[in-house]
Ligand binder design. Structure first.
Ligand code: GLN
Length: 257
């Protein structure tokens, strides 16, 4: 009788293992990374169409340290936080500026970079290096094409929307700033996007120039699922070390050259 019971238990355990399909092995942990690959040097497509960039190097480094397989998902920028809210092991790594409405739906990591909004326009449009938002808006309002292009759901989109209120200038929202810049001279007169992506676009286009807007500095964070404070704490320890070791600076130089 005892033998039979032992056999039944053994058989049940075997069946249970088969059902789990991972018996004996520790299950692979997956970190789902959401990004938008039109934002060089932080995330962009290389010549083989692979998503690469500073943020990708950072999440890969973190994944390796914490034992996660990193899966990169290239989606619309304004859909990132919604995806993060649905999955405990998800992170938005997309040069995301820390802001209160985002802090309500996701957990921010340590700040790993800073930035400021830039305006891209035809060469010689503005004088000097810095442009006041009011001057940028006045330029758009007086232009034959009165729209400023922005990336949907970004801090740049918020800034322009606030600036054009009560003027003749308009805004057009795009999937990313690269597509928006291709329309400068046809459907938009300028594009507003973060500093480094703006510089990357201007480097590629002889007819365009970029200027810093006279705006507030922004802080880049990674946004994690609200229910995973434990993961954020582990990530922050690694991020702080990466910053003090100069690793993030190294990645930035690598992806900007
Ligand atoms: N830093 C900006 C924001 O968080 C833009 C980010 C992006 O376009 N990837 O809104």
């Amino acid at each position: 009788m005892k033998k039979i019971i032992t056999l039944i238990i053994a058989a049940a355990m075997l069946l249970g293992c088969a059902a789990l399909a991972g018996c004996g092995k520790t299950e692979e942990k997956v970190l789902n990374v959401y990004t938008n690959a039109g934002f060089a040097p932080y995330e962009y497509l290389d010549e083989n169409g692979k998503v690469v960039g500073v943020d990708i190097d950072v999440v890969n480094y973190i994944g390796e340290k914490l034992g996660y397989k990193v899966v990169i998902n290239d989606i619309e920028f304004n859909a990132i936080l919604n995806e993060v809210s649905k999955d405990k092991f998800a992170v938005g790594a997309a040069g995301m500026s820390k802001k209160p409405d985002r802090d309500e739906v996701a957990l921010a990591s340590e700040v790993y970079a800073t930035s400021i909004q830039y305006i891209i326009a035809p060469k010689g449009t503005f004088e000097g290096e810095k442009v006041a938002l009011a001057d940028a808006v006045a330029y758009a309002a007086a232009a034959s094409v009165k729209s400023i292009g922005v990336q949907k759901g970004t801090t740049g989109a918020d800034l322009v929307a606030g600036g054009i209120e009560g003027t003749d200038a308009k805004v057009i929202e795009y999937s990313n700033a690269i597509i928006a810049s291709n329309d400068i001279g046809s459907t938009v007169c300028a594009v507003v996007i973060d500093k480094m992506p703006a510089e990357a676009i201007c480097k590629d286009k002889d007819n365009l120039q970029c200027w810093s807007l006279d705006a507030e500095m922004e802080s880049y964070v990674m946004y994690f699922n609200k229910d995973n404070a434990e993961l954020v704490a582990s990530v922050n320890t690694i991020l702080k070390k990466m910053i003090s070791d100069g690793l993030i600076d190294q990645y930035t130089v690598k992806h900007s050259s």
